[in-house]
Every structure is written in C-alpha cells, then in structure tokens.
Ligand binder design. Structure first.
Ligand code: KIV
Length: 274
C-alpha cells in the first residue's frame, strides 16, 4: 500500500475559490516543511527568509540560487502541500525573457508547483509570459515587500480612494494575466474583501481580510521565532524563541556544572550492574 499523500496541485488550489479556506504558511527548511505539511494546503518558500532566516533588513538581498536551495530543502520535507517558490528581487523585472528563464530554472531545480512574483498592472505582461511558458504563477498585490528599501517603507496599501483603485486594478490585471491565485498583503479590509468578491481566482490574505479564500502567515512570526518586529496582522500561536533560549540556558548550566554529558551519553562505558 502506498501511504504517501497525493500532492495538491495548482488546479486544486484554484478550484477552492469560494469554498473551504486555503491554509498557507511559509517554509524554508526540510524539518519545518515536514512539520507543516500535514496541515498546509500551500507552502510558500518566501523571500521573507531574507529577514527571518538571514537577518537582513528587508526581503531584498536573497538571490535566485538561495531561493532554489531553500526550495529544494522544502520539497524534501513536503509530500502533500502545493509548494510555491518566490522569485526574488532582481530576478524577473528586467525583461520577460529574464522572468521566464528564472521561473523555469526554479521549477526545474526544485520540482516545486509554481513561482510567486510581486506586482500588479506593471507586471501583468510578465505574468502572462511565464504562464504561457508553462510555469504556474501565484500573484502578489497590495503591500509589496520587495519595493521596500528599508523597514520603515512597509506601508499598508489602499487607504485612500486612489490607492484602493490601484490595488483593485492590480488584482484584476494579474487575474487576467493567468495567475492561478493571488496573495493580497497589507491592504485595508474592504479592498481585500471587494477583490475577493470580484476576482475569479482564490485570494490568499496576509494583513488583508477574513473574507479572503485563504490565509498565509510567515511561520517564524506565527511561532515566535522572529522578534525584531511583529506586524498587527500576526497571531502568535507559540513562543519557540523563548523555549529555545530556555533550552540553551539549561544546556549551558549543565555543561558548566558538568551535569552534561552523563556517562549514558558516552560510548564504551560499562552499564553498572543493578
Ligand atoms: O515572502 C513571503 O513570505 C511572502 C508572504 C508574506 C506572502 O511573500
């Protein structure tokens, strides 16, 4: 009997529009992917790893090769979830040719199901070109972290009429271009709700709306492993950062007081007779 679960494909994610909420989280490593896989419909190898794994100020500064290495690690741990890898800043904006080459390279090297890229109206032709080349695309509109050159530049989008119209136009353009689903990040709730109602593809919200077809969080935020700042839209389900510090403190105390290692952790030691 084969008990490996069947992989969720992009068509299945797309077909969930208006149905059961789509559960999404970010993942960057094999052990993390293994832990999340039974509970996630879609796992994103997000370029947020620049900040929450590599300690950089923004999501800029990770390369395509870094994203591929993490994509491969996640694919080793995820059997069931649809895995999407972010195209990093600088890998797709120059030309359609560059974007297709980067997207195809990521798919070929990782075996993931799709790529994600940021942008609206201005990226629609690029999204269409990648999709036409046979690579499924997850869009990303609203707050676009790759546009931020420093942390203070992360700003909620769609607050005034003009901003709201822009995010709505961006979502429509990316849908029209053939994306299979759309991340809406950091956007006022009524705008995200309205996009979800109007758009024919599933919306995946982060700092968006409970009305979205799915929700995503950065896993490090969700489990308390990133404490530099916590956006309002994050709900912390665990405090692994504190648990890690506690464990390190106990280990340090044990080593300094010679309580660790014990003879039971050593090789070639006779078991005392009982
Ligand atoms: O890079 C990332 O983790 C993302 C999510 C926040 C959607 O783009």
């Amino acid at each position: 009997m084969n008990d490996t679960p069947e992989r969720i494909g992009v068509d299945e994610i797309c077909a969930r529009k208006g149905k059961d909420p789509i559960v999404c989280l970010t993942a960057y490593t094999t052990p993390m992917a293994k832990s999340l896989d039974p509970y996630c419909d879609l796992m994103l190898v997000g370029d947020s790893l620049a900040m929450v794994v590599y300690g950089l100020e923004t999501t800029r500064g990770v390369t395509l090769e870094i994203m591929i290495a993490h994509g491969q690690a996640v694919m080793r741990g995820a059997n069931r979830a649809c895995v999407v890898v972010d195209l990093p800043h600088g890998s797709y904006e120059t030309s359609k040719h560059q974007a297709i080459a980067s997207a195809a390279h990521v798919l070929a090297e990782t075996g993931c199901q799709a790529v994600k890229l940021e942008g609206g109206v201005e990226m629609a032709d690029t999204v269409r070109a990648i999709v036409d080349a046979g690579v499924p695309v997850l869009g990303h509109v609203g707050l676009l972290p790759q546009k931020a050159e420093h942390r203070g530049a992360f700003k909620i989008q769609g607050k005034d009429d003009e901003g709201a119209k822009q995010v709505i136009a961006d979502a429509a353009a990316i849908t029209e271009a053939g994306a299979f689903a759309l991340v809406i990040e950091g956007t006022v709730e009524p705008v995200a709700r309205s996009i979800t109602e109007q758009c024919s593809i599933p919306t995946i919200g982060i700092g968006a709306s409970p009305a979205c077809d799915g929700q995503i969080l950065v896993t490090q935020d969700m489990v308390g492993l990133f404490s530099d700042f916590t956006p309002k839209f994050v709900k912390k389900y665990a405090d692994l950062g504190s648990a890690l510090s506690e464990a390190a403190k106990e280990y340090a105390d044990d080593v300094r007081s010679r309580r660790f290692p014990g003879l039971e952790h050593c090789f070639g030691v006779e078991k005392p007779e009982s």
